[in-house]
Ligand binder design. Structure first.
Ligand code: AMP
Ligand code: MG
Length: 351
């Protein structure tokens, strides 16, 4: 049965604390509120309430073994929900919190197994977005919030995306405008002897190594198509996927453009509609298909911010096939390619 979903607008520069208090009350009563963070929109519920976590899984259609990230605003809140916080957590927090970094700890009894998908560990993040922070402080102080999309669809980077997926399933959507980063947080596991990246993001391996020394990357991530399972349960699902068949074309830029032009011509001749994810430098070189430029080739911030939105746009346009250029930039390139390849089900054409 559908419930009424209220959409409210909040200006992050001039927060309406009355509206936030109302949203906080919904959360305290076990309801669900979607809200902006600096990474993507989150679907929030009280992380200390097993019923609220249940509702999150059911609104998203999320597999129940895929744990939720708990959002907090201060270090005391962290200490209250973990068995122990290693020194590395304080070092990382000092440098990267509040911000787009999630850390994994051994949990204690405060956070129920419903929130952690049955795991003895808990993922925790301290976001920097002012609306997210105000909302957490107006709630119990612990908001479980996965991305606010239907499971398997691209993560929402604006409130309209949330409304497309979750209207009628949650109590409230807070529209705080488009997000800043556009890709989910970096996840680092601190329960291992050596800290390990379980999901790449805005905070890169190099940035973590700079403050921690040795850091590893989950081998299950690198060999994404091998038998090795990623340690973050969510990374094993085909995620972020658009409805159309998406293929990534990799190689030298001119050759990539030529290849996409050839493939688009073939499909167009078969009366199929084609979408192309291009860049400012290449967008005018495509002769067929609907072209979306997601930013300059070296502007990884723009590429990250526009990637999910472009996949959703092609869903709305109902194209049959999508070809994307590849974006192996220096910093966030790992995270961008991780999401793009997952969206493509690892279909890559090398030229
Ligand atoms: P989302 O909030 O939609 O970005 O998804 C959260 C991600 O964090 C998923 O990939 C989860 O599998 C991962 N995650 C959450 N908690 C844990 C945990 N305790 N151990 C490993 N991965 C986790
Ligand atoms: Mg997600």
């Amino acid at each position: 049965m559908d419930i009424k979903t209220e959409m409210i607008k909040i200006n992050p520069q001039a927060i309406d604390h009355e509206a936030i208090a109302r949203a906080g009350e919904i959360l305290k009563k076990g309801g669900l509120v979607a809200f902006p963070t600096e990474t993507v929109y989150g679907l929030g519920g009280d992380a200390t309430n097993p019923d609220a976590s249940h509702k999150i899984y059911s609104a998203k259609g999320r597999p129940s073994d895929n744990p939720l990230i708990v959002h907090i605003t201060n270090m005391k809140a962290l200490e209250e929900i973990v068995a122990q916080a290693p020194q590395a957590a304080y070092t990382l927090a000092e440098r990267f919190w509040p911000g787009p970094l999630t850390m994994i700890f051994q949990k204690n009894d405060r956070i129920p197994y419903e929130t952690t998908g049955g795991m003895d560990t808990v993922a925790v993040r301290m976001p920097s977005d002012p609306i997210a922070r105000a909302l957490i402080d107006a709630s119990t102080g612990y908001i479980a919030a996965p991305s606010a999309n239907t499971s398997g669809r691209p993560s929402p980077t604006q409130a309209e995306h949330v409304a497309q997926d979750l209207t009628g399933k949650i109590d409230m959507i807070i529209d705080g405008g488009p997000v800043n980063i556009g890709l989910e947080s970096t996840i680092v596991d601190l329960t291992e002897d050596v800290p390990m990246i379980l999901r790449p993001g805005y905070i890169t391996l190099e940035m973590l190594q700079e403050v921690l020394g040795e850091v590893r990357v989950d081998p299950g991530l690198i060999a994404a198509d091998s038998d090795r399972k990623p340690k973050a349960p969510g990374m094993k699902y085909r995620h972020y996927a658009p409805k159309a068949d998406l293929k990534v074309v990799e190689g030298e830029t001119d050759a990539v453009v030529q290849k996409i032009n050839r493939l688009s011509e073939e499909l167009t001749a078969q009366k199929k509609s084609v979408g192309i994810i291009a860049t400012e430098e290449t967008k005018d070189q495509y002769r067929q298909g609907i072209v979306i430029s997601i930013g300059g080739r070296d502007d990884e911030e723009a590429i990250a911010r526009h990637l999910y939105g472009s996949l959703r746009q092609f869903d709305e346009l109902g194209v049959d096939a999508i070809f994307s250029e590849s974006f192996a930039t220096a910093g966030m390139g790992q995270a961008i390619m991780n999401r793009l390849l997952k969206a493509a089900g690892h279909q890559v054409l090398e030229v």
